[in-house]
Design a protein around this ligand. Sequence first.
Ligand code: NAP
Length: 317
Amino acid sequence: MNTSTDVFAKRDFVNPQGQQQLPADFQLLLIGGGFSGKRLAAEVKRRGGKVLVTHRQQQADGPHLLFNSETGEQPPLSALMGTTHLLSTAAPEASGSDPCLRCLGPVLQQLPLRWAGYLSSTGVYGDAKGGWVDEQSDPFEPLQTRSAARLACEQAWQVQSWPTQIFRLPGIYGPGRNPIALLNRGLGKMVHKPGQVFGRIHVDDIVGAVLHCLLMGEQNQVTQKLPGIVNVVDDLPAPSSNTWSYAAHLLGCCLPDYLSYADIEAELSPMAKSFWQENRRVSNKLLKLELGYQLKYPTYREGLMACFKEEGFSFQG
Ligand SMILES: NC(=O)c1ccc[n+]([C@@H]2O[C@H](COP(=O)([O-])OP(=O)(O)OC[C@H]3O[C@@H](n4cnc5c(N)ncnc54)[C@H](OP(=O)(O)O)[C@@H]3O)[C@@H](O)[C@H]2O)c1
């Protein structure tokens, strides 16, 4: 990890308000226009950049490029010409391989790429038993199978020939993916496990942080290597019961039923259980203090309030 004070000193070159326009020749190939990808594509366009978005199937709001590592369908090189930047949002395949590198690797080598980004997961740190971890922390073994695959995908990205940055993400929330609408439909469950916290990030801070880092790479003044791994997490690891409570506060509704984790553990799916079996606090010091990114939503409170407004809810009474 590059923690040199030089990077810190250069941060003034990047507009902290995130209004910076993208270079005239900028073309982003975005692997996956899902929850994060869709928001990123919109912001790239807003900042005057060109973006090519892939989906596994044709979408109603096309046109998109079709890319599906499972069927082998992929765009021809001619459709990708002029791509200067690449971001992959696709999770590892069932086999553990990275879908983008496995299928598109040879094609990507023929593009004039100046930067690549990969959305990863803070699951690669494993269970820190509530302790803090940062980008230099070794994983706590044993890792979940999916996190071991994630780490292998990260390693595959790290050895590519382009400058590459890996963004480690905690639970992603935003409009359409948060407790407010669920609670409004009476579907909330407030599960509590003593001492357990979760990290989270609002989708717009993923967008903001990715563009911030990408633009730092574009600055002529920044000559040193950018950090290869960056945690993109908010300031406040917190129990999920806190977010349910705050959602109830915003809606002015009753709190959902309180359930003790110990009482419901047996009913959970293996996947749901696996999230509760890891407890860590992930540091964002590198992103904020060294790279100078200002979180739009430092905690779930600002983030849920923004979701509440964007989803058209209003305060009652
Ligand atoms: N959800 C979380 O809380 C969380 C937390 C930490 C990390 N992450 C990771 O962060 C990344 C972004 O998350 P997200 O919630 O924005 O993801 P998402 O909504 O699931 O979007 C993933 C995108 O990747 C595409 N994709 C997936 N597998 C593919 C394959 N085999 N071949 C081609 N395209 C493929 C999908 O295509 P379609 O559009 O056709 O579906 C989709 O557009 C993901 O890798 C996710 O696993 C998520």
